[in-house]
Write a protein that binds this ligand. Sequence first.
Ligand SMILES: C[S@@+](CC[C@H](N)C(=O)[O-])C[C@H]1O[C@@H](n2cnc3c(N)ncnc32)[C@H](O)[C@@H]1O
Length: 655
Amino acid sequence: MASPLTTIYMTQEQDKELRAKIQTRQQRWDEAQDRQREHRDPKSLVSQAIAAALLSDMAEATCGQENNTDRMPALEVGRTYMPSTSQLQDLKSMRLSELLLNTHHRGRSLNLKRIGPVVLQKASSWTVVEDAEEKGDAERLEIVLHDESRGERILESCTNMIIKEPFFTLSDGGEPTLRIDHPSDLLTRSSGVDGNDELGFTHAAKYKTKGNLALRQGDLSAAHSCYTQGLDIALKDRPVEDDETHELASDIYRNRSHVNLLLYRFDEALTDALSSVNHRTDDRSKSLDAKAYFRAGCAAYRLEDWHKAKEYFSNQQELTPEDRDAKLYLRKTEARLREQNGLGYNFQKLKASLSRSQPRVDAATYTGNTAISQTPIHGQGLSATNDIASGDIVLCEKAFCTVWSHEATAWTTMTLDIRDNRIRAFPAGLAKSLVQKLLNNPSQIGKIQSLFSDHKGLKHLIMSDGKPIIDTFQLHDIMCRNAFSPGPQFGEEDVRRASAGLWIRASYMNHSCVPNTTREFVGDLMVVRASRDIKAGDEITHIYDDSSDVDVRAESLMRTWGFVCACPRCRTGREDGVEVRARRRDLEERANAFIERENPRGASGLVIRKAENLVRAIETTYDVERYRDLPRPALTRLNSWLAAARARKNRNREI
Ligand SMILES: C[S@@+](CC[C@H](N)C(=O)[O-])C[C@H]1O[C@@H](n2cnc3c(N)ncnc32)[C@H](O)[C@@H]1O
């Protein structure tokens, strides 16, 4: 995506191979349908897992990163199903031996124990599990794509787990498997933390101490578990009015807020920090409350709720007027509020703050010139709330989520979508980061769910057993229709690990081949400017794919966004006929080769005349009448080259 998401064009051979690889699964399916569910010997399954784990470790050690598209993991997509939205208490427990192949066991739950190592593959992780209560049988359990929580691999970090409404099917390799696509279908109890200690106040204090120790050792997940258990005990057994318990609970909330900030769980960090505030007037309490407000402010800042952040940092400053952090963060928050209110960005400063290790800007989103509304082009879109002059900012949006090609989290996978039989490049790394961010911060789920996608999925946030329900198929389709690439800002782009991001407000902009805006990126800040005067009420459009040839553009618009563009430019382009378009493509290629070869600085009169001849030749491929109000993109680069060469020549003459 100079355009949208990086398209990886595969050779016919590669395309055939990939389809074959994915489709052998179908044959295995047909074979498996006839098979009775066999007894699965735990020992042999565990041995398979050990061998596979060793092999995948060796592959990792010897190959490192794959270096061609063949080796990109391939996923079949489009076989969607809903995540479980039931509470565990409403599900009837079942045994592993009752599983039926190709079945979603709705209304049931499985209590399992991991008995094998975890085999880590790029697109999934799998292990071996047995029934927690009925030994003797075992099955393969696989998490597709999203085996991560709080920065830890989920399967590796737990031994006991419950699957809600289990889906028993075949893996890509044809193995009967308990498959988990939606992270909320799996409930785990973290290993290493004993939840069955004697209850009582002294133990809540013990958990606090254990949590502090885990925090010092950098084990954030364990620290979080300890604090949570400490809070459970403290709040369950003693009335909160009890002073001692109240103070202990406050301490644990404040500490857990700190851990949550480190875990990027800003929703809980905010509620924890506010729950810990005591409003007492002695110096010690004031200082602890100031600390809590600082944490609440940081959480609100990361959630980009600038008004709340300002309120909390102001509360902190009131309690501890000399605190330098409070002053610094108040200043930063006020700068964000100015940006949000349209009082301008310091682009120079923002650009200077960027580097490969810091590719994201500290800036707010400004959407003031736009409104979301129904549009004639398609569904919802953006319209201008006031007149915007050519060159002025329409909106500036900080990405909700990005991954950069040079970051470890970036990776692209190839998908074959069985709904339209098309192969696409999918930013799987971005998908994982997005799921993680939403699981960590359920308050953000609604705005993502409202974005356009083909798979409708869930309409609003549902919490179940303390977890937000995430429909990963819905997120997959949302990403396919809305993600963009911020381009190669920090060095070469690697197609196997393409940079990609999601900008929520900008996602509402429909495509036009004659758009009224341009977009550029400053790190993860998308800056959209008017490319001509826009009147209040006009729809704001940008170009999803700017290939100059109508067929190339149409293929990309259909492959990536699933629509046929009916604009005058596409209509006129098609009317040109095959021969004229082929001639134009050929001339454009010659023009591009010319530009690569010839430097406009110091170009001789002869070279300039060559460029002028090429311009004239390309112009003959555009019918004057039909193209009167339409752009002629095959000329854009060459005309810029000519303008630069002539300007240089004139300057030389003046000297
Ligand atoms: C990023 S969304 C744009 C917002 C979308 N209209 C909505 O209702 O939220 C992209 C999707 O909008 C539709 N779309 C955008 N521009 C279009 C156009 N010029 N013609 C037809 N459909 C378009 C396509 O379905 C595309 O996949």
